[in-house]
Design a protein around this ligand. Structure first.
Ligand code: FMN
Length: 460
């Protein structure tokens, strides 16, 4: 299908993020299910697959979050292991991509490459790896050597880590197994999987023991937003999980990362930009707006609002009334942070300036602490009738603010169902979303070209 100007319409990529531990999740809603039991993951994945989504996405958090020295339990607490969950999901789905976030700071490449190559085999070519470096020394304490590295070194390690993993994935080209029952010889090539890597981070040598996987390697995602993170994505990634879902910020980010690819000799179409997005649907736009307000109040209780404010103020504010005004004292700019293991804390890069802005806004609008937090901590990305939401998504994709979206419903696992039922058919009618899976691998769903080495292996 083409636009009115005759240019072919971009096809939209859709994915579903199992939300887990953040306060986007309204776990207190009676319709919410377990965030740990397999049944929730199964129901969520099968809904996404029935709706022909590209993939399911799991984030990573490797330590329980704390605030004021206590486990933070206003959001869901606990998160099962990514590989185990995705492997189990591979058995109850057949086309849906399975994307897992696994950091390159605390792990070793041999282990991670084995796990992803295995997942790619178990799923017949549906695995994706979101390579994150983690920003958090608190989480690093869980791991060998204390785990954590400064930002620059984390990205240097990420590049080296990915290079080693690629070396391991490519250590088999797909022609090594003869399986000759007559002669009794299993291998056609005597020493498959041999590798040797020596660099600033790794000094390893041996043989990789998982034969070449269906996609050759998992699809590579990146989710860092810094200068180093964007450069890493432009050089290495097949897709980006971004936080820039609005029109202006989305277009700026999209142009920035795709623009960086030319110097690496890469085609900008071979990197898909997929912002995270939340949604609230109603029969009419007005109904959706009302519902969105209810959901925001469920997401930000009085207690949650105080905890959110503490993350900027970096002080214990438990004595404050969430329905009262903002504290008169200023944020504490000390090294110690009251909230540990939470990414949003480091997004407040200039706490004094943000506090000033929030005070001005609260004063101008007469907001209490809770109302202010509801306003400043994230309105839903898409709010409206199914038609309004379908048009908003399509406009953002056709105007190069994104290649698609990773949807984060606020009810787990059932919250995806309404989108699948009501919005997906409208996108299909517009000719911008598939009406059946045309490929079997995640690379094919995302419109990524097959890997050259895999082609050679397959053709031989
Ligand atoms: C949308 C988005 C999602 C992210 N998800 C995770 C995650 O699940 N786990 C994690 O450890 N880091 C996550 N991160 C942060 C990491 O991606 C990143 O590796 C970290 O080192 C910060 O990098 P940066 O300084 O380049 O932003 C996410 C970042 C973004 C923008």
């Amino acid at each position: 299908m083409t636009s009115s100007g005759g240019t072919p319409l971009k096809q939209i990529h859709l994915a579903a993020h199992f939300p887990g531990v953040n306060n986007t999740t309204v776990w207190s809603d009676p319709r919410s299910g377990s965030h740990i039991e397999f049944e929730s993951f199964r129901a969520f994945a099968q809904t996404a697959e029935a709706a022909l989504f590209d993939f399911l996405f799991l984030a990573e958090g490797l330590r329980l979050r704390e605030q004021n020295g206590l486990i933070y339990d206003l959001d869901v607490v606990g998160r099962p292991d990514t590989f185990t969950v995705l492997a189990a999901l591979a058995a109850v789905t057949s086309r849906l991509g399975l994307a897992g976030t696994v950091n390159s700071t605390f792990n070793e490449p041999y282990e991670v490459a084995r796990q992803f190559a295995t997942l790619d085999h178990l799923s017949d070519g549906r695995a994706a790896w979101n390579v994150v470096t983690s920003w958090d020394a608190f989480t690093g304490e869980n791991f060998r050597r204390g785990g954590y590295l400064p930002q620059e070194e984390r990205y240097a390690r990420a590049r080296a880590f990915l290079h080693v993993a690629r070396t391991l994935f490519d250590s088999w080209d797909g022609t090594e197994i003869a399986g000759d029952r007559q002669s009794g010889e299993f291998l056609a090539e005597p020493r498959p999987g041999r590798f040797r890597v020596r660099d600033a981070f790794f000094d390893i040598e041996g043989s990789f023991n998982v034969p070449r996987s269906p996609q050759g390697r998992p699809v590579i995602f990146q989710a860092g937003d810094s200068e180093e993170g964007r450069e890493f994505a432009a050089a290495e990634a097949d897709a980006i999980f971004s936080r820039h879902g609005t029109a202006d910020a989305g277009r700026a980010f999209y142009a920035d990362v795709k623009g960086r690819m030319v110097k690496y000799g890469r085609d900008p179409d071979q990197l898909k930009v997929l912002p995270a997005a939340t949604f609230v649907l109603g029969d009419t736009d007005a109904e959706a707006r009302e519902l969105a307000d209810v959901v925001r109040h469920q997401q930000v209780s009085g207690q949650t609002a105080i905890r959110m404010l503490e993350q900027l103020w970096n002080r214990d504010l438990s004595e404050y009334d969430p329905d009262g005004p903002l504290p008169r004292i200023d944020p504490d700019l000390g090294e110690h942070t009251v909230a540990r293991g939470r990414a949003s804390v480091r997004m407040h890069r200039d706490p004094m300036a943000t506090a000033r802005e929030w005070r001005e806004l609260a004063e101008a609008k007469g907001y209490s602490i809770r109302e202010l937090m509801i306003q400043v901590t994230g309105r839903q990305t898409f709010i409206g009738s199914p038609l309004t939401v379908a048009e908003a998504i399509d406009d953002l994709v056709q105007s190069d603010a994104a290649d698609g979206f990773i949807l984060v419903p606020h009810i787990t696992p059932g919250g995806l169902g309404e989108f699948a039922e009501k919005v997906v058919p409208l996108l299909q009618e517009k000719g911008v979303f598939r009406t059946e899976y045309t490929g079997t691998t995640l690379r094919e769903h995302l419109g990524l070209r097959p890997l050259p080495a895999f082609d050679e292996g397959a053709a031989a």
